[in-house]
Design a protein around this ligand. Sequence first.
Ligand SMILES: [Zn+2]
Length: 77
Amino acid sequence: MNHQQFIALHGETDDTEFQCKCCGRELNTRTMVWFEKATNGDLAAKPGLIAADQSQGWFTYGAACSRKVLLKKGVAA
Ligand SMILES: [Zn+2]
């Protein structure tokens, strides 16, 4: 999901700077995306795809890396 959707769902974050979980690059909140990560490494772009007891939380990715990691993990967005 994008940052606006994340805030609508989870509320404002205190963080003002975000880094890509994949490459560490500093991210623009307008283009970055949020993925939920499961304990087995799977990533999901929508809430509800990963069981609450298997979720490690939500992480930010850059646009290019988001496509790369989702392809790698093969998780339905
Ligand atoms: Zn990246």
